[in-house]
Design a binder for this molecule. Structure first.
Ligand code: URA
Length: 233
């Protein structure tokens, strides 16, 4: 895991074979959706042994990495061996904010790590005429300005929705430094646009793809993440 070569504050997961293997499953258009969910359908034992979907496993890796970006203070405990251990405790409070609908797929991964986490929601849709992203709904913790915000959206294409959501958070008093954007697949265009506008917002993504196609889909990508995750394809 390192900051991307191009942008400070962009962090891309290490491209391990384990991660590539997971992406090989969720990107494969010939895989029936059920095979992303049922161990019995998978070709290898590697991913068996839990009832997580493959995309949930990737999301969990991203959430774990996002949590690494929260501030900590030193904390010492005494182990059962009666020996001191120098550890850390997390400082400050967090919340999640999912950009509906696809961002909701990342809520469970966050809850699995932080059981009682508060999760707000933002709905943004493109105006049909202007093609500009428009805020339709928001429900956020009232004290969000006092929290670190893990902003959830799996696909960073042009960055229009993400930047609209970031505007909402900043309008509620959040500082850029408090926001960590968690993402599954990013396009170089989206990373560039978000980073230009909000250079202090940290972006944690699993992979950076080649670019966007003429319809604004990420390529090679995987299609519509929300449709795949929620089975509405
Ligand atoms: N949203 C998706 O679900 N897929 C893309 O490729 C781009 C945006």
């Amino acid at each position: 895991m390192s900051a991307s070569d191009n942008h400070k504050n962009v962090y891309v997961l290490n491209q391990t074979n384990q991660l590539k293997g997971l992406f090989t499953i969720i990107r494969d258009r010939t895989k029936p959706r059920v095979s992303i969910y049922l161990d019995a359908e998978l070709s290898s034992d590697t991913y068996s042994g839990n009832d997580y979907a493959v995309n949930d496993t990737i999301i969990r890796l991203i959430v774990e990495e996002g949590l690494n970006h929260l501030p900590v203070s030193p904390a010492q405990v005494t182990t059962a061996q009666n020996v001191k251990f120098d550890g850390v405790v997390f400082d400050g409070r967090i919340c999640g904010v999912s950009i509906m609908r696809a961002g909701e797929s990342m809520e469970q991964g966050l809850r699995d790590c932080c059981r009682s986490v508060r999760i707000g929601k933002i709905l943004i849709q493109r105006d049909e005429e202007s093609q500009e992203p428009v805020l339709h709904y928001k429900k956020l913790p009232e004290d969000i300005a006092d929290r670190y915000v893990l902003l959830l959206d799996p696909m960073l294409a042009t960055g229009g929705s993400a930047m609209c959501a970031m505007d909402v958070l900043i309008g509620m008093g959040c500082k850029q430094e408090q926001i960590i954007f968690l993402n599954v697949i990013a396009s170089p265009e989206g990373l560039y646009n978000v980073h230009q506008r909000f250079p202090k917002i940290r972006i944690v993504t699993a992979v950076v793809d080649e670019g966007l196609d003429s319809k604004g889909y990420i390529t090679p990508g995987l299609g519509d993440f929300g449709d795949i995750y929620f089975g509405t394809k």
